[in-house]
Design a protein around this ligand. Structure first.
Ligand SMILES: N[C@@H](CCSC[C@H]1O[C@@H](n2cnc3c(=O)[nH]cnc32)[C@H](O)[C@@H]1O)C(=O)O
Ligand SMILES: [Zn+2]
Length: 430
């Protein structure tokens, strides 16, 4: 057994208390062996003046969209997707997806994120990139059927199922999969009827965008006389392992439905604000017992993948939405970004406890913006930034030490992404 000790720091416990402790990791099976006064280890990482936290989990992302960061801003969802994003995505090559995913993961590793959910295409490239970077991910191929011939639409769904089957359990189990219909309005009912049962036979979760904008809810209500998530339940799309992105415009019936079925909701506050999609009733969902995780969505609607920014946004927006400054408190957003996201994604991560996955980040507490140390949970939610992360560890492997990424070559990932993004846009607007 090879062991790693994270030594000299304070540790955020699963009950959100902070205590002085070391963390001992079994690097062979990638789990936490002990927390407290621990034995000597083969290797040691210094956490003095630092806080050891569970690695953050970005539970809804399109990592390769980093290539479109800053390409099209200041538009609502529908026209942003149709006029700007989809035309450029149509010109994406597998190599572009690889480059964008690597850039996204570099950003995640540098900001203390150890796990993510990714919906995109060219997923075999995503899988290889995740294997190389050392992160944990639930990945899948996004399916859109509207505007497509039946044959092409069926192919898209077949791809999503095939990818989910092929990669589930890859990279020593760090990679898991889901079937990912894009949303309840961009995928036709006839396809859901065929492919949801096949997803169930495969035994993988479903992940899709739901109730993101009013424009997405209204047509379903008008056409079917029911709310989108009631429709989703009827189609067999709500269950313990399933998780939806956004859940902005959900009514109380739908909140209860989410809680009863155990369907996770991934809150994406920055994307919701930037696209002016609306304010999710996060505190109401938490009160109802819904599993709520946190995600950045793609970098083109955020525009970064820093989960610290996302925690702060979630706390701020949650208060506005509830018209209550005590809503979506610091502890709630830290919980959302760690245990909430991990639970929604089905990862045994998001908590520093014996037996859990050794997915951790060490935050440096010595910067001016983190002084004084009244309450470190408050700092995580409101004051810390991704650039405060000193080390990132996933599955017991050190992915970044003293801010130096060890699994990805920082310079070449950035250079490659810059070059590919430029060429992509040139190709797309030709
Ligand atoms: N195979 C599909 C691709 C779907 S991948 C997932 C898609 O979600 C898109 N996306 C990114 N952010 C959002 C969002 O906030 N809401 C809805 N879709 C989004 C993203 O641009 C990407 O096209 C196709 O043939 O088009
Ligand atoms: Zn999305």
């Amino acid at each position: 057994m090879t062991t790693l000790r994270i030594a000299g720091g304070q540790v955020l416990g699963p009950d959100m208390t902070v205590e002085r402790a070391d963390v001992l990791i079994d690097q062979d099976d990638g789990t936490i062996l002990a927390v407290g006064d621990v034995a000597d280890a083969d290797e040691t990482l210094d956490a003095s003046d630092g806080l050891v936290i569970p690695g953050l989990v970005n539970a809804h992302c399109h990592a390769a969209m980093t290539l479109l960061r800053g390409y099209a801003d200041d538009k609502p969802l529908d026209s942003w997707l149709r006029e700007d994003v989809w035309p450029v995505e149509a010109a994406l090559t597998p190599e572009d997806v690889r480059a964008g995913t690597e850039l996204g993961m570099l950003e995640m590793i540098k900001s203390g994120t150890t796990g993510f959910a990714d919906m995109y295409f060219e997923v075999d490239e995503v899988a290889e990139a995740v294997e190389e970077a050392g992160l944990r991910a639930r990945i899948g191929h996004g399916v859109v059927t509207i505007g497509k011939d039946e044959e092409v639409a069926r192919e898209d769904f077949e791809t999503s199922l095939a990818i989910a089957e092929e990669f589930d359990g890859a990279a020593d189990g760090r990679i898991k999969t889901a079937v990912m219909p894009h949303s309840l309005t961009t995928v036709g009912e006839e396809y859901l009827d065929d492919y949801i049962s096949r997803t169930r036979d495969l035994g993988v979760p479903l992940h899709y965008h739901a109730n993101e904008t009013r424009d997405e809810v209204a047509p379903i209500v008008e056409e079917r006389g029911k709310r989108p998530l009631e429709y989703a339940r009827e189609k067999g799309m709500t269950g313990e392992s399933d998780f939806v992105a956004h859940g902005v415009h959900v009514n109380t019936t739908e909140i209860d439905l989410l809680a009863e079925t155990g369907t996770g909701v991934i809150h994406c506050p920055a994307s919701n604000m930037k696209l002016a999609s609306g304010m999710a009733p996060v505190q109401a969902m938490l009160d109802a017992g819904v599993t709520v995780g946190l995600g950045t969505d793609g970098a083109a609607s955020n525009n970064d993948l820093d989960m610290f920014g996302e925690m702060r946004d979630a706390a701020m927006l949650g208060k506005l939405a509830a018209n209550d400054a005590s809503a979506v408190a610091a502890e709630s957003v830290v919980e959302m970004a760690t245990r909430g996201s991990a639970t929604a994604l089905g990862f045994d991560s998001g908590r520093i406890e014996e037996g859990a996955n050794a997915d951790l980040a060490v935050i440096d507490l010595s910067s001016a913006h983190l002084v004084p140390h009244h309450d470190l949970v408050s700092h995580l939610a409101y004051a810390a930034r991704g650039s405060d992360v000193r080390h990132t560890i996933c599955d017991g492997t050190v992915l970044m030490a003293d801010r130096e990424p060890l699994t990805l070559d920082e310079d070449s990932v950035m250079e490659n992404a810059e070059k590919r993004a430029k060429e992509l846009v040139e190709r797309a607007i030709e």
